[in-house]
Design a protein around this ligand. Structure first.
Ligand code: ATP
Ligand code: MG
Length: 336
């Protein structure tokens, strides 16, 4: 089916300055060659721990930061090369929901006006906006009686629903969600995730769903990519990544996802990653995960030398599920 978003070899480096003279002292390789596609109607989960480059990737996709290298195509159009008018048209097809709904909403603007605003900016006729606002509020599970309330009068979950309604106002094809439930109370996260899942099917949306926790994307994502230090180390269908992960980093993340059954939970082996996250200004040579890899210790000296010198390319695993892994010695491991 149709590719909605195509990201190829995306790079974002930030300068590091050091010392009193603020001399340029190298680069933070925040995004270091990221490639993936999102198809029409697909929810794509991008997962990785804090600092791995998720938000930097999104900023480039949204055209809010210029990439150092690589291409982003939205519905076939290259976002970097667009002029202002064309970019505006693309921005209609691509909407975003950020982590903190309070920061995304104007505290002085009632909910109804907040939902109407994008349509006003894009010159929708007044009558159409009047009809759309209650529809949109209903769509996200808020009654029209909320239209006159201010953000402070709503709960966190309700505020995020308003942000979702705003994002849907222009009928986008792709919605980018940057940690959309991380700032919310755990007890209401599931409600918002279910809503997103429902809206996707109902409106035929595609999602780029970013989270630091695999369990958050589990129920929404059709495909999942796992990021580590600016790179995607494993990507595949959600079922494959959750059921038959091959990259040791993915396996470690999965081992930390709690399972509902307490007996299984107790019997489960937790993979603890040793060492700190290396600085993205100075990633390890060869495989950048090797300094924290639990497989690494069990390898022969010869194999360890491969990890230390050869950057593992992301390769298809041939299990028929578009499954790609960047590890020289990847092997299945029972984690659940
Ligand atoms: P989080 O889960 O905490 O949101 P993230 O995966 O979104 O993390 P990014 O915010 O993209 O990660 O950051 C990736 C790396 O780039 C980090 O090391 C961060 O410190 C660095 N970084 C991000 N923005 C800048 C900036 N404007 N200038 C310099 N370094 C930056
Ligand atoms: Mg982030």
């Amino acid at each position: 089916s149709r590719v909605v978003l195509q990201v190829r070899d995306l790079v974002k480096h930030y300068p590091v300055s050091k010392g009193l003279l603020r001399r340029r002292a190298g680069l933070i390789r925040a995004v270091d060659g990221v490639t993936f596609d999102i198809r029409q109607g697909e929810a794509f989960g991008l997962v990785g721990e804090s600092g791995c480059g998720k938000t930097s990737t999104l900023m480039e996709i949204l055209g809010l930061r210029a990439p150092a290298a690589g291409t982003v195509r939205i519905l076939g159009r290259d976002v970097v090369e667009l002029d202002r008018r064309a970019r505006r048209a693309v921005r209609r097809d691509l909407q975003v929901v950020f982590q903190d709904p309070m920061a995304s909403l104007d505290p002085r603007m009632p909910v109804g006006a907040a939902v109407a605003e994008p349509m006003e900016v894009h010159g929708y006729p007044r009558e159409r906006i009047r009809r759309r606002v209650p529809e949109l509020l209903r769509l996200v599970g808020l009654g029209f009686e909320h239209a006159d309330r201010y953000p402070v009068e709503l709960s966190g979950g309700q505020r995020q629903r308003v942000c979702i309604a705003r994002a849907l106002a222009l009928e986008p094809k792709l919605v980018v969600l940057d940690e959309p439930v991380s700032a919310l109370d755990v007890s209401i996260q599931a409600g918002v995730i279910n809503l997103l899942d429902e809206l996707k099917d109902r409106l035929g949306l595609s999602y780029l769903f970013v989270a630091h926790d695999l369990s958050v994307v589990r129920h929404v994502a059709d495909r999942v990519a796992v990021m580590y230090l600016g790179r995607i180390v494993e990507v595949g269908e959600a079922e494959t990544v959750f059921g038959a992960a091959l990259h040791p980093y993915t396996q470690a993340l999965l081992s930390a996802v709690p399972v509902p059954d307490p007996v299984t939970e107790r019997a489960r082996e937790r993979i603890v990653l040793t060492g700190d996250l290396p600085s993205p200004a100075d990633p390890p040579s060869g495989c950048r995960f090797r300094t924290r890899c639990f497989l690494h210790a069990a390898l022969s000296a010869e194999d360890r030398a491969v990890c230390a010198t050869v950057d593992p390319p992301r390769k298809p695993r041939g299990d028929g599920a578009d499954h790609e892994v960047a590890c020289h010695f990847a092997r299945p491991r029972k984690v659940l």
